[in-house]
Write a protein that binds this ligand. Sequence first.
Ligand code: DOR
Ligand code: ZN
Length: 339
Amino acid sequence: MQLNAPLDMHLHLRDNEMLHNIAKASAETFAGALVMPNLVPPVSTKEEVVSYKKRIVDAIGNETFTPYMTLFFKPTYNRDFLEGVRDEIAAIKLYPAGITTNSEGGVSGFDAEELRPALEAMSDLGIPLCIHGETNGFVMDREAEFVSIYEKLAGAFPKLKIIMEHITTKESVAALDRYENLYATITVHHLLITLDDVAGGMLQPHLFCKPIAKRPEDREALLKVALEAHPKVMFGSDSAPHPKEAKEACGCAAGVFTAPIALQLLAELFENRGASLEKLQAFVSGNAQQIYGIKPLQKTVVLKKKPFRVPSSYSGVVPMFANEEIAYSLKEVIDGQPC
Ligand code: DOR
Ligand code: ZN
């Protein structure tokens, strides 16, 4: 099975030693990824985004891989600043304050008028807004509660592309078709697991993430739009590495590390569900190219149906399905093939 120029439109690459250890896991099999800005401190100036991109490029070595950069949204961003940084970024990521890892400097309160100067300028400049859409309500209801905020923003800024990141609920899926300017990323883990897999038996820290996996009917709603490659959804792994000690701890960090096996898992899932390779290709690349208006470098990833035992760890980070067998293996990666 061949995939052309796969893209991961939501990825955490971290910094320093972790960046050096894990960047290759994505760069080997993806042609590019949208890189999240939630470092400490968050990436929020032009200098920071330029220098973070350079550190990423250094870490990936010779691989054919484009880091599509993001800034951490601040309501104070003005038109001059955004015009100056526009060419360095593919999107800006908005986090509600304190909702997840390193999001303390995010937005509190979603008053459309207060956000208007920044969002109007982004809309005029064609900079997409990616949002981690959760309220601080009851954990299972946070994303569904946020849908009214997505709708308020989508209605107030109809030309602004808003990407609902890592959606996990049927309510978010339903919102996609109500507003022309709403799009979504979906992770592979949310297509595979429900809350039962996280906490139904013995607690599984390596499956704990934000937003938390939801109910079977939510997963079915996600599967429907992913498997049909609905043109407004695209793959974003939200692969979020944390050291083993930070996951297997009292106070487990949120994040599932899937980067090295994401395409193999998607191949297996699409096959098991009878979805075509054409749909998988659209879900992992074509839709993102359309939505973001990007043209990735040529790269062909060849997968084969041969069991692969997932390693217990990648440089001290435990992946999803560690020590388990998955059905597809990576056969080869050919750079420079036509997309
Ligand atoms: O599970 C998560 N981990 N969700 C996020 O939103 C952030 C991420 C991280 O950075 O670890
Ligand atoms: Zn994320």
